[in-house]
Design a protein around this ligand. Structure first.
Ligand code: SAM
Length: 263
């Protein structure tokens, strides 16, 4: 084969390879710029949206607190809630509340929720644990209960609690905001438990925890009506059906157990 032909063939091949390499680099550079622009535009939008949702909720909470402060009638409370209020004085002894709160392992700066907070018996204790850099969302479906809660917060001088008037199927909390959601003596009272669990899952951070404190059904001697008790087995059946993972039971309270689940 003649030499000049081979040289020119080699040149054309290497020039084709070079052109392809340049083209590939250009395409990669363009894709990189495009992805960077998309990320730069969408991430702040998502953050803004979450911040806006949170500030809407805070605004709504303020309005709710003012509205319920203006219209409270103790007679409007459910009979079970009135009974519970009457028992407040004995609660610390019966339920070892301090032990229960310490077992939750809360720390300064955490964001937590007291679902079915009632008059805020646990809310104030959690608010002290998470401190001024943390936050407690206290939700209930009874405006009267939130009124008592607001009064308790005023007396305790706590400003890191957001009262939220929830719906029976939705505690109305921001997405992926919570390190922990607590329900004390509440789960068995929910009329729409599956919907509440689904909405709570979206409010929990991926490594957050849902904790139920319920009177032990396994201990027949616990002096509480059967319909107000829950066994570990019952709780697991209900929560695992909604995709929660059982993380364990803390059995250190006189009458109740502390059931820990992960979303
Ligand atoms: C037995 S009380 C417990 C109150 C509080 N956790 C405590 O330990 O003092 C149950 C509370 O759950 C509230 N509740 C019932 N269904 C609810 C729901 N779907 N969402 C939020 N709170 C609810 C009731 O209004 C009531 O205040």
């Amino acid at each position: 084969m003649p030499q000049p032909f081979l040289v020119s063939l080699r040149r054309s091949i290497s020039s084709a390879i070079c052109t392809t390499k340049v083209r590939t680099r250009l395409v990669l550079a363009f894709a990189y710029v495009l992805i960077t622009v998309i990320v730069a535009l969408t991430v702040p939008l998502a953050v803004n949206q979450r911040e806006r949702a949170e500030s809407d909720l805070l605004g709504q909470a303020k309005v709710t607190a003012q509205a319920i402060a203006a219209s409270f009638d103790e007679a409007s409370l459910a009979p079970a809630s009135r009974d519970r209020l009457a028992r407040q004085a004995e609660r610390d002894a019966e339920e070892s509340t301090g032990v229960a709160v310490r077992a939750l392992g809360l720390g300064p700066g955490q964001v937590v929720a007291d679902i079915g907070a009632g008059s805020g018996y646990y809310t104030v204790r959690m608010a002290r644990e998470v401190g001024p850099t943390g936050k407690v969302y206290a939700t209930d479906v009874q405006p009267g209960m939130l009124r008592l809660l607001v009064r308790r917060l005023d007396q305790a001088g706590l400003t890191n609690v957001v009262p939220v008037l929830g719906a029976v199927d939705d505690p109305k909390l921001p997405e992926e905001a919570l390190d922990l959601a607590l329900m004390v003596d509440v789960y068995h009272e929910l009329s729409r438990p599956q919907e509440v669990l689904r909405n709570l899952r979206t409010a929990l951070k991926p490594d957050g925890r849902l904790v139920l404190i319920e009177f032990r059904k396994e201990s027949s001697w616990v002096p509480i009506r059967e319909e107000h008790k829950m066994s570990v087995k019952e709780a697991r059946i209900e929560l695992e059906a909604e995709g929660y993972r059982f993380d364990g039971v803390i059995d250190i309270l006189p009458w109740q157990h502390i059931l820990v689940f992960k979303p």
